[in-house]
Design a protein around this ligand. Structure first.
Ligand code: UD1
Ligand code: MG
Length: 456
Protein backbone atom coordinates (compact mmCIF):
# COMPACT_ATOMS: atom_id res chain seq x y z
CA UNK A 1 0.00 0.00 0.00
CA UNK A 2 1.09 3.55 -0.71
CA UNK A 3 2.34 6.19 1.69
CA UNK A 4 -0.26 7.65 4.05
CA UNK A 5 -0.40 11.22 5.32
CA UNK A 6 -3.07 12.61 7.61
CA UNK A 7 -4.35 16.18 7.54
CA UNK A 8 -6.22 17.40 10.61
CA UNK A 9 -8.30 20.54 10.17
CA UNK A 10 -8.10 22.66 13.30
CA UNK A 11 -8.04 26.27 12.17
CA UNK A 12 -11.65 27.22 12.78
CA UNK A 13 -12.68 29.60 15.53
CA UNK A 14 -15.71 27.64 16.59
CA UNK A 15 -18.06 30.62 16.71
CA UNK A 16 -20.89 28.45 17.98
CA UNK A 17 -18.91 27.62 21.14
CA UNK A 18 -19.22 31.28 22.19
CA UNK A 19 -15.81 31.18 23.82
CA UNK A 20 -12.43 32.92 23.52
CA UNK A 21 -10.71 29.54 23.66
CA UNK A 22 -10.11 28.00 20.21
CA UNK A 23 -12.66 25.25 19.71
CA UNK A 24 -10.17 22.41 19.39
CA UNK A 25 -8.71 23.21 22.83
CA UNK A 26 -11.95 22.64 24.66
CA UNK A 27 -11.63 19.45 26.65
CA UNK A 28 -13.23 16.03 26.56
CA UNK A 29 -12.20 13.82 29.48
CA UNK A 30 -9.74 16.49 30.59
CA UNK A 31 -7.88 16.39 27.25
CA UNK A 32 -8.23 18.93 24.42
CA UNK A 33 -10.48 17.75 21.57
CA UNK A 34 -7.56 18.06 19.12
CA UNK A 35 -5.35 15.75 21.21
CA UNK A 36 -7.95 12.99 20.91
CA UNK A 37 -7.87 13.36 17.12
CA UNK A 38 -4.05 13.30 17.08
CA UNK A 39 -4.00 10.17 19.27
CA UNK A 40 -6.35 8.46 16.82
CA UNK A 41 -4.22 9.61 13.86
CA UNK A 42 -1.04 8.18 15.42
CA UNK A 43 -2.66 4.73 15.63
CA UNK A 44 -2.73 4.67 11.82
CA UNK A 45 1.08 5.14 11.66
CA UNK A 46 1.10 7.80 8.94
CA UNK A 47 4.22 9.26 7.36
CA UNK A 48 3.19 12.73 8.51
CA UNK A 49 0.44 14.27 10.64
CA UNK A 50 -0.24 17.74 9.30
CA UNK A 51 -2.27 19.99 11.59
CA UNK A 52 -3.85 22.99 9.87
CA UNK A 53 -4.10 25.72 12.49
CA UNK A 54 -5.31 29.28 12.40
CA UNK A 55 -7.58 30.83 14.97
CA UNK A 56 -5.72 31.12 18.31
CA UNK A 57 -2.80 29.52 16.49
CA UNK A 58 -0.02 30.05 19.01
CA UNK A 59 -2.17 28.81 21.85
CA UNK A 60 -3.18 25.71 19.89
CA UNK A 61 0.47 24.95 19.04
CA UNK A 62 1.75 25.56 22.55
CA UNK A 63 -0.83 23.30 24.09
CA UNK A 64 -0.32 20.50 21.59
CA UNK A 65 3.02 18.77 22.10
CA UNK A 66 4.42 16.28 19.60
CA UNK A 67 7.64 16.27 17.60
CA UNK A 68 5.87 14.19 14.96
CA UNK A 69 3.41 16.97 14.07
CA UNK A 70 3.78 19.25 11.04
CA UNK A 71 2.02 22.58 11.52
CA UNK A 72 0.52 24.48 8.61
CA UNK A 73 -0.97 27.93 9.05
CA UNK A 74 -4.30 28.86 7.52
CA UNK A 75 -4.17 32.60 8.20
CA UNK A 76 -7.73 33.24 7.10
CA UNK A 77 -10.43 30.66 7.69
CA UNK A 78 -11.97 30.45 4.24
CA UNK A 79 -13.42 26.96 4.59
CA UNK A 80 -12.48 23.31 4.95
CA UNK A 81 -11.37 23.04 1.31
CA UNK A 82 -9.13 26.09 1.68
CA UNK A 83 -7.72 24.56 4.87
CA UNK A 84 -6.71 21.36 3.05
CA UNK A 85 -5.23 23.50 0.22
CA UNK A 86 -2.74 24.94 2.71
CA UNK A 87 -1.36 21.47 3.35
CA UNK A 88 -0.83 20.59 -0.33
CA UNK A 89 2.84 21.66 -0.50
CA UNK A 90 3.54 19.11 2.25
CA UNK A 91 1.82 16.20 0.50
CA UNK A 92 3.76 14.10 -2.03
CA UNK A 93 2.41 13.60 -5.56
CA UNK A 94 1.91 9.91 -4.90
CA UNK A 95 0.24 8.16 -1.98
CA UNK A 96 -3.00 8.89 -0.18
CA UNK A 97 -4.34 11.31 2.39
CA UNK A 98 -6.82 10.94 5.22
CA UNK A 99 -8.59 14.13 6.25
CA UNK A 100 -9.76 14.28 9.87
CA UNK A 101 -11.65 17.12 11.49
CA UNK A 102 -10.09 18.63 14.60
CA UNK A 103 -13.53 18.89 16.20
CA UNK A 104 -14.48 15.18 15.97
CA UNK A 105 -12.69 13.68 18.99
CA UNK A 106 -14.02 10.13 19.20
CA UNK A 107 -13.04 9.21 15.64
CA UNK A 108 -13.29 5.50 14.91
CA UNK A 109 -9.77 4.33 14.01
CA UNK A 110 -10.91 0.96 12.66
CA UNK A 111 -13.40 2.64 10.31
CA UNK A 112 -10.57 4.89 9.04
CA UNK A 113 -8.37 1.85 8.48
CA UNK A 114 -11.08 0.22 6.37
CA UNK A 115 -11.55 3.43 4.36
CA UNK A 116 -7.83 3.64 3.73
CA UNK A 117 -7.78 0.16 2.26
CA UNK A 118 -9.83 1.58 -0.65
CA UNK A 119 -8.25 5.02 -0.88
CA UNK A 120 -5.33 4.13 -3.16
CA UNK A 121 -7.74 4.37 -6.11
CA UNK A 122 -10.88 6.08 -4.82
CA UNK A 123 -12.25 9.01 -2.92
CA UNK A 124 -13.86 7.44 0.17
CA UNK A 125 -16.31 9.46 2.26
CA UNK A 126 -17.37 8.47 5.75
CA UNK A 127 -21.12 8.85 6.24
CA UNK A 128 -23.62 8.29 8.98
CA UNK A 129 -27.40 8.05 9.26
CA UNK A 130 -28.47 10.74 11.69
CA UNK A 131 -31.97 11.05 13.15
CA UNK A 132 -31.58 14.81 13.31
CA UNK A 133 -29.19 15.77 10.52
CA UNK A 134 -29.44 19.53 11.18
CA UNK A 135 -26.18 21.36 10.54
CA UNK A 136 -24.43 18.51 8.73
CA UNK A 137 -23.61 18.17 5.05
CA UNK A 138 -26.11 15.83 3.36
CA UNK A 139 -25.07 12.88 1.21
CA UNK A 140 -26.88 13.06 -2.12
CA UNK A 141 -27.23 9.73 -3.92
CA UNK A 142 -28.59 9.02 -7.41
CA UNK A 143 -31.26 6.52 -8.37
CA UNK A 144 -28.65 3.75 -8.37
CA UNK A 145 -27.71 4.63 -4.79
CA UNK A 146 -24.32 6.04 -5.80
CA UNK A 147 -22.98 9.07 -3.95
CA UNK A 148 -23.04 12.04 -6.31
CA UNK A 149 -22.61 15.12 -4.07
CA UNK A 150 -22.49 16.56 -0.59
CA UNK A 151 -24.70 19.55 0.03
CA UNK A 152 -24.06 21.66 3.11
CA UNK A 153 -27.04 22.29 5.39
CA UNK A 154 -27.11 26.01 4.63
CA UNK A 155 -27.13 25.37 0.88
CA UNK A 156 -29.59 22.47 0.92
CA UNK A 157 -33.10 22.57 -0.54
CA UNK A 158 -36.10 21.42 1.51
CA UNK A 159 -35.93 17.99 -0.12
CA UNK A 160 -32.20 17.70 0.49
CA UNK A 161 -32.64 18.69 4.13
CA UNK A 162 -34.82 15.59 4.57
CA UNK A 163 -31.84 13.38 3.74
CA UNK A 164 -30.66 11.71 6.91
CA UNK A 165 -27.37 10.41 5.60
CA UNK A 166 -24.73 12.97 6.53
CA UNK A 167 -21.05 13.65 5.90
CA UNK A 168 -18.95 12.93 8.98
CA UNK A 169 -16.23 15.12 7.45
CA UNK A 170 -13.75 12.26 7.33
CA UNK A 171 -12.46 11.45 3.86
CA UNK A 172 -9.60 9.56 2.26
CA UNK A 173 -8.30 9.86 -1.29
CA UNK A 174 -5.29 9.53 -3.59
CA UNK A 175 -3.10 12.65 -3.41
CA UNK A 176 -3.06 13.10 -7.17
CA UNK A 177 -6.84 13.44 -7.25
CA UNK A 178 -6.96 15.70 -4.19
CA UNK A 179 -4.43 18.10 -5.69
CA UNK A 180 -6.27 18.14 -8.97
CA UNK A 181 -9.67 18.99 -7.42
CA UNK A 182 -8.62 21.45 -4.76
CA UNK A 183 -7.29 23.82 -7.42
CA UNK A 184 -10.81 24.05 -8.86
CA UNK A 185 -12.79 24.91 -5.71
CA UNK A 186 -15.18 27.89 -5.83
CA UNK A 187 -16.81 29.71 -2.94
CA UNK A 188 -20.18 30.55 -4.51
CA UNK A 189 -22.27 29.10 -1.66
CA UNK A 190 -24.26 30.30 1.34
CA UNK A 191 -21.17 30.70 3.55
CA UNK A 192 -18.85 31.96 0.80
CA UNK A 193 -16.37 29.32 1.85
CA UNK A 194 -14.23 26.88 -0.09
CA UNK A 195 -15.90 23.62 0.86
CA UNK A 196 -13.86 20.42 0.88
CA UNK A 197 -17.16 18.65 0.31
CA UNK A 198 -17.39 20.04 -3.24
CA UNK A 199 -14.73 17.57 -4.40
CA UNK A 200 -17.35 14.79 -4.29
CA UNK A 201 -19.39 16.26 -7.17
CA UNK A 202 -16.15 17.10 -9.04
CA UNK A 203 -15.03 13.53 -8.81
CA UNK A 204 -18.38 12.19 -10.01
CA UNK A 205 -18.42 14.68 -12.91
CA UNK A 206 -15.10 13.27 -14.03
CA UNK A 207 -16.67 9.83 -14.09
CA UNK A 208 -15.00 8.56 -10.92
CA UNK A 209 -16.96 6.53 -8.37
CA UNK A 210 -17.05 7.94 -4.86
CA UNK A 211 -17.19 5.23 -2.23
CA UNK A 212 -19.30 5.81 0.87
CA UNK A 213 -18.22 4.21 4.11
CA UNK A 214 -21.24 4.16 6.38
CA UNK A 215 -20.51 3.97 10.10
CA UNK A 216 -23.02 3.19 12.83
CA UNK A 217 -21.50 4.68 15.96
CA UNK A 218 -23.06 8.11 16.49
CA UNK A 219 -20.39 9.39 18.84
CA UNK A 220 -17.47 8.56 16.60
CA UNK A 221 -18.82 11.03 14.07
CA UNK A 222 -20.10 13.84 16.26
CA UNK A 223 -18.41 17.12 15.46
CA UNK A 224 -18.32 19.44 18.44
CA UNK A 225 -19.77 22.77 17.38
CA UNK A 226 -21.51 23.93 20.57
CA UNK A 227 -21.35 23.53 24.32
CA UNK A 228 -24.32 21.15 24.03
CA UNK A 229 -22.30 18.90 21.70
CA UNK A 230 -19.33 19.12 24.08
CA UNK A 231 -21.40 18.03 27.04
CA UNK A 232 -23.02 15.19 25.12
CA UNK A 233 -19.66 13.82 23.96
CA UNK A 234 -18.18 14.23 27.43
CA UNK A 235 -20.94 12.03 28.92
CA UNK A 236 -20.55 9.44 26.19
CA UNK A 237 -16.76 9.40 26.57
CA UNK A 238 -17.10 8.94 30.32
CA UNK A 239 -19.66 6.19 29.92
CA UNK A 240 -17.33 4.31 27.56
CA UNK A 241 -14.52 4.52 30.09
CA UNK A 242 -16.90 3.24 32.77
CA UNK A 243 -17.84 0.28 30.57
CA UNK A 244 -14.15 -0.52 30.07
CA UNK A 245 -13.50 -0.45 33.82
CA UNK A 246 -16.41 -2.78 34.50
CA UNK A 247 -15.17 -5.11 31.77
CA UNK A 248 -11.89 -5.28 33.70
CA UNK A 249 -13.78 -6.26 36.87
CA UNK A 250 -14.11 -2.91 38.65
CA UNK A 251 -17.37 -2.46 40.58
CA UNK A 252 -19.03 0.87 39.81
CA UNK A 253 -22.09 1.76 41.84
CA UNK A 254 -23.28 3.91 38.94
CA UNK A 255 -21.57 3.88 35.56
CA UNK A 256 -23.23 7.21 34.72
CA UNK A 257 -21.68 8.93 37.72
CA UNK A 258 -17.92 8.62 37.36
CA UNK A 259 -15.53 11.01 35.61
CA UNK A 260 -12.04 10.07 34.49
CA UNK A 261 -10.01 12.97 33.17
CA UNK A 262 -6.77 11.18 32.47
CA UNK A 263 -5.84 7.56 33.11
CA UNK A 264 -7.24 5.38 35.87
CA UNK A 265 -5.54 2.03 36.45
CA UNK A 266 -7.36 -0.41 38.73
CA UNK A 267 -6.36 -3.73 40.28
CA UNK A 268 -8.73 -6.57 41.15
CA UNK A 269 -11.82 -6.09 43.30
CA UNK A 270 -11.72 -2.33 43.26
CA UNK A 271 -15.04 -0.70 44.11
CA UNK A 272 -15.95 2.89 43.32
CA UNK A 273 -19.03 4.61 44.72
CA UNK A 274 -20.88 7.41 42.96
CA UNK A 275 -19.73 10.87 41.82
CA UNK A 276 -15.97 10.35 41.98
CA UNK A 277 -13.60 12.34 39.77
CA UNK A 278 -10.18 10.94 38.76
CA UNK A 279 -7.66 13.28 37.15
CA UNK A 280 -4.18 12.79 35.69
CA UNK A 281 -2.68 9.39 36.48
CA UNK A 282 -4.35 7.50 39.27
CA UNK A 283 -3.66 3.91 40.34
CA UNK A 284 -6.00 2.01 42.64
CA UNK A 285 -4.44 -1.27 43.71
CA UNK A 286 -6.31 -4.51 44.53
CA UNK A 287 -9.17 -4.28 46.96
CA UNK A 288 -9.33 -0.49 47.17
CA UNK A 289 -12.71 1.03 48.02
CA UNK A 290 -13.46 4.62 47.03
CA UNK A 291 -16.44 6.18 48.78
CA UNK A 292 -18.82 8.64 47.16
CA UNK A 293 -17.80 12.12 46.02
CA UNK A 294 -14.03 11.68 46.15
CA UNK A 295 -11.71 13.73 43.92
CA UNK A 296 -8.37 12.04 43.23
CA UNK A 297 -5.58 13.44 41.06
CA UNK A 298 -2.16 11.95 40.28
CA UNK A 299 -2.11 9.48 43.15
CA UNK A 300 -1.41 5.88 44.04
CA UNK A 301 -3.71 4.17 46.53
CA UNK A 302 -2.24 0.87 47.68
CA UNK A 303 -3.98 -2.44 48.39
CA UNK A 304 -7.10 -2.71 50.54
CA UNK A 305 -7.18 0.95 51.45
CA UNK A 306 -10.52 2.65 52.01
CA UNK A 307 -11.28 6.23 51.12
CA UNK A 308 -14.48 7.41 52.77
CA UNK A 309 -16.80 10.01 51.25
CA UNK A 310 -15.62 13.46 50.15
CA UNK A 311 -11.89 12.73 50.31
CA UNK A 312 -9.66 14.94 48.15
CA UNK A 313 -6.24 13.68 47.13
CA UNK A 314 -3.64 15.31 44.88
CA UNK A 315 -0.08 14.13 44.15
CA UNK A 316 -0.01 11.73 47.06
CA UNK A 317 0.75 8.12 47.88
CA UNK A 318 -1.36 6.17 50.32
CA UNK A 319 -0.05 2.88 51.73
CA UNK A 320 -1.87 -0.44 52.09
CA UNK A 321 -4.70 -1.17 54.52
CA UNK A 322 -5.19 2.50 55.35
CA UNK A 323 -8.38 4.35 56.22
CA UNK A 324 -8.77 7.86 54.86
CA UNK A 325 -11.67 10.29 55.28
CA UNK A 326 -14.46 11.13 55.24
CA UNK A 327 -13.63 14.75 54.36
CA UNK A 328 -9.86 14.27 54.40
CA UNK A 329 -7.56 16.33 52.17
CA UNK A 330 -4.19 14.98 51.09
CA UNK A 331 -2.25 17.67 49.24
CA UNK A 332 0.90 17.38 47.09
CA UNK A 333 3.85 15.62 48.67
CA UNK A 334 1.82 13.50 51.07
CA UNK A 335 3.19 10.03 51.62
CA UNK A 336 1.26 7.78 53.95
CA UNK A 337 2.78 4.43 54.97
CA UNK A 338 0.71 1.26 55.46
CA UNK A 339 -2.14 1.05 58.00
CA UNK A 340 -2.43 4.78 58.55
CA UNK A 341 -5.64 6.57 59.51
CA UNK A 342 -6.38 10.10 58.36
CA UNK A 343 -9.84 11.18 59.42
CA UNK A 344 -12.35 13.95 58.95
CA UNK A 345 -11.27 17.53 58.32
CA UNK A 346 -7.60 16.63 58.37
CA UNK A 347 -5.29 18.33 55.86
CA UNK A 348 -1.89 16.83 55.09
CA UNK A 349 0.65 18.56 52.84
CA UNK A 350 4.27 17.72 51.98
CA UNK A 351 4.43 15.27 54.83
CA UNK A 352 5.18 11.63 55.44
CA UNK A 353 3.25 9.66 58.02
CA UNK A 354 4.66 6.35 59.25
CA UNK A 355 3.10 2.93 59.56
CA UNK A 356 0.10 2.58 61.84
CA UNK A 357 -0.03 6.29 62.72
CA UNK A 358 -3.34 8.10 63.20
CA UNK A 359 -4.45 11.67 62.61
CA UNK A 360 -8.15 11.25 62.99
CA UNK A 361 -9.77 14.62 63.55
CA UNK A 362 -9.53 18.28 62.54
CA UNK A 363 -5.76 18.64 62.16
CA UNK A 364 -3.19 20.22 59.85
CA UNK A 365 0.03 18.32 59.20
CA UNK A 366 2.24 20.24 56.77
CA UNK A 367 5.99 20.07 56.02
CA UNK A 368 6.31 17.27 58.53
CA UNK A 369 7.82 13.87 59.04
CA UNK A 370 5.73 11.71 61.33
CA UNK A 371 7.08 8.35 62.50
CA UNK A 372 5.32 5.04 63.05
CA UNK A 373 2.59 4.38 65.64
CA UNK A 374 2.09 8.05 66.40
CA UNK A 375 -1.26 9.32 67.62
CA UNK A 376 -2.05 12.91 66.78
CA UNK A 377 -5.00 14.23 68.77
CA UNK A 378 -7.88 16.31 67.47
CA UNK A 379 -7.16 19.86 66.47
CA UNK A 380 -3.37 19.54 66.28
CA UNK A 381 -1.62 22.06 64.04
CA UNK A 382 1.91 22.00 62.70
CA UNK A 383 2.67 25.74 62.52
CA UNK A 384 4.92 25.47 59.48
CA UNK A 385 4.85 29.05 58.24
CA UNK A 386 6.34 32.03 60.04
CA UNK A 387 4.93 34.50 57.57
CA UNK A 388 7.98 34.34 55.34
CA UNK A 389 9.42 30.81 55.31
CA UNK A 390 8.27 27.26 55.79
CA UNK A 391 9.79 25.09 58.52
CA UNK A 392 9.70 21.39 59.26
CA UNK A 393 8.16 19.46 62.12
CA UNK A 394 9.64 16.08 63.02
CA UNK A 395 7.60 13.70 65.15
CA UNK A 396 9.45 10.50 65.96
CA UNK A 397 7.96 7.01 66.47
CA UNK A 398 5.42 6.27 69.23
CA UNK A 399 4.73 9.91 70.07
CA UNK A 400 1.34 10.85 71.54
CA UNK A 401 0.24 14.40 70.78
CA UNK A 402 -2.68 15.58 72.94
CA UNK A 403 -5.61 17.41 71.39
CA UNK A 404 -5.44 21.09 70.44
CA UNK A 405 -1.66 21.22 70.32
CA UNK A 406 0.34 23.67 68.22
CA UNK A 407 3.76 22.51 67.13
CA UNK A 408 5.68 25.63 66.12
CA UNK A 409 8.25 24.57 63.52
CA UNK A 410 11.12 24.01 63.28
CA UNK A 411 10.64 21.55 66.10
CA UNK A 412 11.35 17.88 66.86
CA UNK A 413 9.33 15.67 69.18
CA UNK A 414 11.54 12.82 70.43
CA UNK A 415 10.56 9.17 70.28
CA UNK A 416 7.88 8.03 72.70
CA UNK A 417 7.22 11.56 74.04
CA UNK A 418 3.75 12.62 75.21
CA UNK A 419 2.47 16.15 74.71
CA UNK A 420 -0.33 17.28 77.01
CA UNK A 421 -3.51 18.56 75.40
CA UNK A 422 -3.65 22.27 74.71
CA UNK A 423 0.12 22.79 74.55
CA UNK A 424 1.97 25.24 72.33
CA UNK A 425 5.32 23.60 71.69
CA UNK A 426 8.09 25.94 70.55
CA UNK A 427 11.19 23.97 71.59
CA UNK A 428 12.34 20.43 70.89
CA UNK A 429 10.78 17.80 73.16
CA UNK A 430 13.02 15.08 74.62
CA UNK A 431 12.15 11.44 74.00
CA UNK A 432 10.06 9.47 76.53
CA UNK A 433 8.92 12.56 78.52
CA UNK A 434 5.57 14.20 79.24
CA UNK A 435 5.66 17.82 78.16
CA UNK A 436 3.04 20.38 79.17
CA UNK A 437 2.89 23.96 78.06
CA UNK A 438 -0.23 25.72 79.25
CA UNK A 439 -0.65 29.42 80.04
CA UNK A 440 -2.45 28.94 83.34
CA UNK A 441 -3.14 26.06 85.65
CA UNK A 442 -6.77 25.08 86.10
CA UNK A 443 -8.73 26.65 88.94
CA UNK A 444 -12.44 26.61 89.87
CA UNK A 445 -14.47 29.49 91.35
CA UNK A 446 -17.30 28.43 93.59
CA UNK A 447 -20.61 30.29 93.28
CA UNK A 448 -19.69 31.99 90.00
CA UNK A 449 -22.74 33.38 88.19
CA UNK A 450 -23.18 33.64 84.48
CA UNK A 451 -23.75 37.21 83.20
CA UNK A 452 -27.44 38.17 82.80
CA UNK A 453 -28.92 39.78 79.75
CA UNK A 454 -29.45 43.52 80.36
CA UNK A 455 -33.06 44.63 79.66
CA UNK A 456 -33.29 47.87 77.67
C1 UD1 B 1 -18.20 20.13 8.25
C2 UD1 B 1 -18.56 19.64 6.84
C3 UD1 B 1 -19.92 18.97 6.87
C4 UD1 B 1 -19.91 17.83 7.86
C5 UD1 B 1 -19.43 18.30 9.24
C6 UD1 B 1 -19.19 17.12 10.15
C7 UD1 B 1 -17.56 21.11 5.15
C8 UD1 B 1 -17.79 22.27 4.24
N1 UD1 B 1 -18.59 20.76 5.95
O1 UD1 B 1 -19.16 21.10 8.64
O2 UD1 B 1 -20.25 18.47 5.58
O3 UD1 B 1 -21.21 17.26 7.95
O4 UD1 B 1 -18.19 19.01 9.14
O5 UD1 B 1 -18.82 17.52 11.45
O6 UD1 B 1 -16.50 20.52 5.11
N2 UD1 B 1 -11.77 24.36 9.68
C9 UD1 B 1 -10.55 24.88 9.30
N3 UD1 B 1 -10.53 25.96 8.49
C10 UD1 B 1 -11.64 26.53 7.99
C11 UD1 B 1 -12.89 25.99 8.39
C12 UD1 B 1 -12.93 24.90 9.22
O7 UD1 B 1 -9.51 24.39 9.72
O8 UD1 B 1 -11.53 27.50 7.25
C13 UD1 B 1 -11.78 23.20 10.59
C14 UD1 B 1 -12.47 23.51 11.91
O9 UD1 B 1 -11.49 23.92 12.87
C15 UD1 B 1 -13.09 22.18 12.30
C16 UD1 B 1 -13.31 21.48 10.98
O10 UD1 B 1 -12.53 22.16 10.00
O11 UD1 B 1 -12.23 21.41 13.10
C17 UD1 B 1 -14.78 21.51 10.56
O12 UD1 B 1 -15.20 22.85 10.47
P1 UD1 B 1 -16.65 23.29 10.93
O13 UD1 B 1 -16.78 24.76 10.73
O14 UD1 B 1 -16.97 22.75 12.26
O15 UD1 B 1 -17.53 22.57 9.81
P2 UD1 B 1 -19.01 22.04 9.96
O16 UD1 B 1 -19.94 23.17 9.78
O17 UD1 B 1 -19.14 21.23 11.19
MG1 MG C 1 -17.97 21.00 12.90
Amino acid sequence: MSELNIVILAAGKGTRMRSDLPKVLHKVGGTPILHHVITAARKLSPQKIIVVYGFGGEQVQQQTPGADLSWVLQAEQLGTGHAVQQSLPYLPEQGKTLVLLGDVPLVDVEACREMLSQADQHLVVQTFIKQDPTGYGRIVRNAQGEVVAIVEHKDASETERNIQEVNTGIMAMPNAQLKHWLGQLQNNNAQQEYYLTDIIAMSVNEGRTVLPHVVADACSVTGINSKQDLQQIEREYQYRQALQLMAQGVTLLDAQRIDIRGELICGRDVSIDINCVFEGNVTLEDGVYIGPNCVIKDAVIARNTTLAAFTHIEQAKVGQESKIGPFARLRPGTHLANETHVGNFVEVKNASIGQGSKVNHLSYVGDASVGAHVNIGAGTITCNYDGANKHKTVIEDDVFVGSDTQLVAPVTIGQGATIAAGSTITKDVPAQTLTLCRAREQRSIQGWKRPQKVKK
